[in-house]
Design a protein around this ligand. Structure first.
Ligand code: ATP
Ligand code: MG
Length: 242
């Protein structure tokens, strides 16, 4: 198995607050990796650093053996990384089809060659939105909006998908359906990093878990190993998350 993403001692401070501190981890290609930890641990900041939304103060980020540190977000999307935000970022005045089209066309690989109808329709199908394409996003229930948010990222045809709290606010049935969608994306070859506070659902889905606390990695291993780790228990799982 090969490493698709690697951070090497990355750090990011906001004023006096060290949000990410000397953080090194690897994500294996084809796996679903969970990234968990208490509020403020630095998980979303890690996604912002990988996507180029923020630049690390120190350290390097490698994707598919390429150093992507400091690249612009659109370049990183072109290289094959996409992220879904916890709060849907879609355009409310455009239809679901147009929202997916916008994302698919933002990947320059497609606009240089031909109209990306296949990625649009495939992303819609995987998200269960094929019959909703002419609707406006506001007509979707909460779980549908969440699926649209992920579909927008999928429409850019990424190799690596970063999901930030996709389960937040969903019922257990909706979480089950979304988990199946994430598994299907992985089965078709996508590598996924999943951040969520619903640890039980994360543990069911992932191959491996990274645990952050105060900007640092405090554990890295299989779900079984992480659940039994006393340091993780103390930093996070001892609360009512599990
Ligand atoms: N743009 C910013 N400016 C200042 N401080 C920030 C900024 N972004 C994040 N922080 C701070 O950095 C720390 C890490 O934040 P981050 O959002 O990465 O945590 P998180 O692990 O995603 O937390 P949560 O589980 O609550 O989403 C927090 O203390 C947060 O307040
Ligand atoms: Mg966050």
């Amino acid at each position: 198995m090969s490493v698709i993403l690697e951070t090497r001692q990355i750090s990011k401070a906001f004023g006096g607050l060290q949000a990410v501190h000397n953080l090194s981890f690897r994500v294996q290609q084809g796996e679903i990796t969970g990234l968990i930890g208490p509020n403020g641990a630095g998980k979303t900041t890690v996604f912002n650093l990988v996507m180029g939304t923020l630049k690390p103060d120190q350290g390097r980020i490698h994707f598919k053996d390429r150093d992507i540190t400091g690249r612009k977000t659109y370049q990183i999307v072109d290289l094959g990384i996409a992220r879904a935000f916890q709060i849907a970022q879609c355009c409310p005045g455009k239809t679901i089809f147009e929202n997916l089209e916008l994302c698919a066309c933002s990947n320059r690989l497609f606009s240089r060659s031909k109209y990306p109808s296949a990625p649009i329709l495939q992303a819609a199908e995987q998200a269960g939105l094929t019959s909703e394409l002419e609707k406006l996003p506001g007509m979707l229930p909460q779980a549908g909006l969440r699926r649209l948010e992920i579909a927008r990222a999928v429409a850019t045809s990424p190799d690596l998908l970063l999901l930030d709290e996709p389960f937040a606010g969903l019922t257990s049935g909706e979480i089950g359906a979304l988990s199946r969608m994430i598994q299907e994306l992985r089965d078709q070859g996508m590598t996924i990093v999943l951040v969520d506070h619903n640890v039980r659902s994360v543990m069911r889905l992932v191959d491996r878990v990274l645990v952050m606390s105060f900007g640092q990695l405090i554990a890295d291993g299989s779900p079984g190993k992480i659940v039994a780790d006393p340091m993780v228990q103390q930093a996070y799982l001892g609360t009512d998350h599990v």
